[in-house]
Design a protein around this ligand. Structure first.
Ligand SMILES: [Zn+2]
Length: 322
């Protein structure tokens, strides 16, 4: 924590009578004192709410209702489709700069979902901060002094945390009468893109939410139709696979274990990918703020034992009480 003080960066958690509130606030000075909320619910302390992407565990569904929120155009669009509300904050194209509370922020893609963004800015003592949200592809991320990132597959001792995407199994599964289980936002778009990049040119049938998200967020993805108009190739949320006819071959696209036949395709870096990202970004301090559970602590411990400085969310002791 002392290193962070020297760098002019103060991570803060919020707590109410019900316990800690999600997720993390970052306080720093740039002409004046700023507090940025990272994937957090609206609160009176934050001058800006940075929404890295539209998955529900990053709280865009409530942050989108605040004028202090900022998200990429595609994240904002995805939130509007998923929650049926209007995004009232500031939007930008990933790769552009955006000003929030008088601070110039650069944006970078993380490849986790359509529109997923890392935010990068500098405080008044020249410390650079990068907050990534969830990451699939860290290759475009810049070096930084303070990295705020995820640890979804951050357990060095869990074999499930080391994997490569099994594209060849996916390719082998492309045939008539097949259905893929993929979450409507994120995995479904990855599946469509993969199918097209592997040369599949036929119609793809999708449930209504996945279809709307994919049509609105992606271009040139060929013929996408409603379920039922096409029986050959379907993509539906994993929980709906059992509703499809029994004669279909069914696979779930996931990095986690599941009850169906599984093809390992993940939206996240695996453990080795997370370590490579930290190595490449060369931060003096890494803050692991996501997900809930023990993985941020496990990854922080590993990093601290291997020459880096890392702090998990649990170890942040600066708390604002409301
Ligand atoms: Zn996510």
């Amino acid at each position: 924590m002392k290193k962070l003080v020297d760098l002019g960066v103060l991570p803060i958690r919020r707590r109410s009578s019900k316990g800690y509130t999600p997720h993390l606030l970052i306080s720093f000075r740039s002409e004046k004192l700023h507090i940025f909320g990272i994937d957090t619910t609206p609160n009176e302390d934050s001058h800006a709410l940075l929404i890295t992407h539209a998955h529900s565990d990053h709280h865009g569904s409530s942050a989108m209702l605040s004028q202090n929120s900022v998200a990429s155009e595609k994240t904002a669009k995805a939130l509007e489709i998923m929650y049926g509300r209007r995004f009232v904050g500031t939007t930008f194209k990933v790769g552009d700069c955006v000003d929030m509370d008088g601070v110039r922020i650069r944006t970078y893609p993380t490849g986790h979902t359509i529109g997923a963004t890392a935010f990068y800015w500098e405080n008044e003592v020249g410390t650079t901060l990068l907050t990534t949200g969830d990451v699939k592809d860290a290759s475009q991320l810049p070096r930084c002094d303070v990295l705020v990132t995820e640890a979804t597959y951050g357990d060095p001792y869990d074999p499930q945390c080391s994997f490569t995407d099994d594209i060849s199994a996916f390719k082998d599964a492309i045939r008539e009468n097949v259905a893929f289980g993929a979450y409507s936002f994120g995995k479904a778009q990855r599946a469509v893109k993969l199918l097209r990049s592997l040369g599949y040119k036929e119609e793809i049938g999708m449930d209504s939410k996945s279809l709307e998200l994919t049509r609105e967020l992606m271009e040139h993805m060929g013929s996408l139709v409603s379920l039922g108009e096409n029986g050959k190739m379907s993509i539906v949320p994993p929980r709906d696979l059992h509703r499809l006819p029994d004669h279909l071959d069914k696979f779930v696209l996931t990095g986690r274990s599941c009850s169906h036949q599984r093809i390992k395709i993940s939206d996240h870096l695996d453990f080795n990918g997370l370590i490579k990202m930290v190595r490449d970004c060369k931060p003096e301090v890494t803050i692991l703020y996501h997900p809930l559970g023990s993985r941020p602590s496990k990854l922080a411990q590993y990093l601290n034992e291997n020459g880096f400085t890392a702090i998990p969310l649990d170890a942040i002791t600066n708390v604002m009480i409301h």
